[in-house]
Design a protein around this ligand. Structure first.
Ligand code: NAD
Ligand code: DAU
Length: 356
């Protein structure tokens, strides 16, 4: 059995669903169910013995230690984190608590469990830490994409907390020999993406007739990867990655935010035209920029392709089409995640962001 942490969030949900469908090995899913965790995402596995859910904190070493031992876990995939940059600007404490202190607690429990395993199981054990390209900081327009050798230059409380967790993972390998793997991935998009992040927020706001808030000039560049491709990369690294190695994961899909928003609008114009016949681009509203906003991210994914033969299956055109279709087909899911807490967040983040 594998232990997945944060498996009720956006990427964790996609990973668990794909893992059960494609690999079939049982998954123990440990998630605290913060605002970002949603068990409804995994409703299709409710009667499936291959998925067991436990609500809890990765920083609870006693709980994690018990779960590892009781279930003879052979690998851990750590998705659990606070993940939204804007939230880290409003309230960094939760990011330090989960991403730094929580990862430390998890590593301690895993180290104790792994250290007591018999030799063969000890050698086969893996701890895969899911991280982000944001730890590398911001790129100038002509600079080459981030390789695994790029120095760490995190700029937000979120990326600094993820950088700290990456360093702890590295240190547990270097010092204790824990068999770790780290992946640093670019921006994901796809089904079950919480509508606080750019792409789902634009889809949801467009359909609700609300403004589409573009930070600053909208020319910041992100490197987009369909979530299913991130999941296949993690499976491949878990299966064949070199112990102690880092793999950058990306889609070779650099695009400015404004282009992303316009693409979403064009797809909605085609699939769910506005009643007045105008384009959803009419709803674009330029708002005050994110403080310390990183200008450009880009991932050089040649190492994972060369050494492990991984490549993304989706292009941006196919992935974004699937994504928009998923949101149109899952209006009930969207309505249910827009709870009071979600509305409070929108008011906190966007009322302090007047038109630019
Ligand atoms: P998410 O915010 O959608 O989900 C995070 C999940 O972790 C939630 O289910 C939440 O309940 C759970 N969680 C939070 N704190 C916890 C704790 N202390 N103990 C146990 N569970 C806890 O995040 P996501 O977008 O799915 O990202 C997953 C991971 O991938 C994160 O580590 C993130 O840094 C990384 N990542 C995300 C992206 C992206 O574009 N979304 C890209 C690269 C890397
Ligand atoms: O690069 C990987 C990272 O991608 C992950 O590590 C993070 O967990 C994930 O949240 C994501 O971070 P970003 O900050 O890049 O994602 P977000 O969707 O918040 O924003 C994408 C871009 O869009 C960014 O330049 C900010 C901009 N933006 C975002 C929002 C929410 C807007 O212009 N308007 C908005 O309302």
């Amino acid at each position: 059995m594998i232990l997945v942490t944060g498996g009720a969030g956006f990427i964790g949900t996609n990973f668990v669903l794909d893992w059960v469908a494609k690999i079939g090995e049982p998954v123990l899913n440990l998630d605290k169910l913060t605002y970002a965790g949603n068990l409804e995402n995994l409703a299709s596995l409710a009667d499936d013995a291959r998925h067991r859910f436990v609500q809890g904190d990765i920083g609870d070493s006693a709980l994690v230690g018990r779960l590892l031992a009781e279930n003879a876990v052979r690998a851990v995939v750590n998705f659990a984190a606070e993940s939204h940059v804007d939230r880290s600007i409003h309230g960094p404490a939760a990011f330090i608590e989960t991403n730094v202190v929580g990862t430390f607690g998890l590593l301690e429990a895993v180290r104790a469990y792994w250290g007591a395993l018999p030799a063969e199981r000890k050698a086969a054990f893996r701890f895969l830490h899911v991280s982000t390209d944001e730890v590398y900081g911001s790129l100038d327009p002509q600079a080459p994409a981030f390789t695994e050798q790029h120095r760490y230059e995190p700029n937000s409380p979120y990326s600094a907390s993820k950088a700290a967790s990456d360093h702890l993972v590295r240190a547990y390998h270097h010092t204790y020999g824990l068999p770790v793997l780290t992946t640093n991935c670019s921006n994901n998009y796809g089904p079950f993406h919480f509508p606080e992040k750019l792409i789902p927020l634009m889809i949801v706001n467009a359909l609700a007739g609300k403004p589409l808030p573009v930070y600053g000039d909208g020319q910041q560049i992100r490197d987009w990867l369909y979530v299913g491709d991130h999941c296949s990369a993690i499976r491949r690294v878990l299966e064949a990655g070199g112990v102690g190695e880092v793999y950058n994961v990306g889609g070779w899909n650099e695009k400015p935010n404004l282009e992303i928003v316009r693409t979403v609008c064009a797809l909605l114009d085609e699939k769910r035209p506005r009643a007045d016949g105008k384009s959803y681009t009419e709803q674009i509203a330029y708002v005050t920029d994110r403080p310390g906003h990183d200008r450009r991210y880009a991932i050089d994914a040649r190492k994972i392709e060369r050494e492990l033969g991984w490549k993304p299956a989706e292009t941006f055109d196919t992935g974004i089409r699937k994504t928009v279709e998923w949101y149109l087909a899952n209006a009930d899911w969207v309505a249910r995640v827009q709870s009071g807490a979600y509305r409070e967040w929108l008011s906190k983040n966007y009322s302090e962001r007047p038109a630019a």
